[in-house]
Write a protein that binds this ligand. Structure first.
Ligand SMILES: [Zn+2]
Ligand SMILES: [Zn+2]
Length: 211
C-alpha cells in the first residue's frame, strides 16, 4: 500500500477517535473540525513522504531535513496544541511563555493525546498511556502553569478512573455542558471555565511539576 494512502488512513482513524471523544464532552464543532489542516498540501504531502506507522512522521522529517515544516504549519493553525499559545513573555529574563489556554482547547488536547496514543500504541494502549507520554515529554514544554495543571489533572484521571468517567466529569464539572448544568443555568461562556475546579482539587497535591 502506498504511503499516501496509509497516511490518509491514519489521519481518518485519528479524526474518528477525536470526534467521538469530543462529542462525549459536548464539543461538537471542535470534534468535526479537528486537525483539518492535515489535508493541506503543506502537511499532507510531508506526512505521506515520512509516513512511519508507529510514530509521528514529524520526527522523521526532523531527522531528514533538520526541521519539521509540517509541524510548524500545523501548530500555528490548531488551537488544541499548547505550542499555538506560545507568545512573547513580559517577564524579565524570559523570551517566550505559554499563555493560559481556553478550557475547551485543553479538553481537545486531552482527547487528542488519548487518540494519538491509541493510534501509535494499538493493542498496547492502556488508560495510563497518554499520561506516561506526557510525563516523558514534560520537561520540554512551554506551557502556562494553570494549563499544565489542568492537562495533568485530566490525564491522571484518565489513567486512574478511565476515559468514560473522565469525559463525564469534563462534561459536567469542567465545561458544564451537561444537561443538569443547562437545566440549572450553570453553563457559562467563560473561556476559562473549570480552571477553578481543577486548581481547588489540586491545592493539596504535592507539586508534580518541578522541572
Ligand atoms: Zn493537531
Ligand atoms: Zn489531532
Amino acid at each position: 500500500m502506498c504511503s499516501a494512502w496509509k497516511h490518509l488512513r491514519t489521519i481518518l482513524h485519528h479524526k474518528n477517535l477525536v470526534r467521538s471523544g469530543c462529542f462525549k464532552v459536548g464539543l461538537y464543532k471542535q470534534g468535526m473540525l479537528h486537525d483539518l489542516s492535515k489535508y493541506s498540501p503543506s502537511e499532507f504531502l510531508v506526512g505521506a513522504k515520512y509516513y512511519q506507522g508507529d510514530r509521528s512522521p514529524n520526527n522523521a522529517e526532523r531527522e531528514d531535513r533538520g526541521y519539521t515544516s509540517a509541524w510548524l504549519h500545523h501548530k500555528g493553525r490548531n488551537k488544541h496544541h499548547m505550542e499555538y499559545w506560545i507568545d512573547y513573555s513580559l517577564k524579565e529574563g524570559h523570551a517566550m511563555a505559554g499563555m493560559k489556554m481556553p478550557t475547551r482547547y485543553v479538553v481537545e488536547m486531552v482527547v487528542d493525546r488519548i487518540s494519538a496514543s491509541k493510534n501509535y500504541q494499538k493493542e498496547r494502549y492502556q488508560d495510563d498511556s497518554a499520561l506516561k507520554y506526557y510525563e516523558h515529554g514534560r520537561k520540554h514544554y512551554l506551557i502556562h502553569p494553570d494549563t499544565e495543571k489542568m492537562l495533568y489533572f485530566l490525564l491522571k484521571m484518565v489513567a486512574d478512573r478511565g476515559e468514560e468517567e473522565t469525559y463525564h466529569f469534563i462534561r459536567r464539572e469542567i465545561l458544564k455542558n451537561d444537561r443538569y448544568c443547562k437545566k440549572h443555568h450553570l453553563c457559562t461562556k467563560d473561556e476559562y471555565v473549570g480552571y477553578d475546579v481543577v486548581l481547588e482539587a489540586m491545592k493539596d497535591w504535592e507539586n508534580p511539576f518541578e522541572k
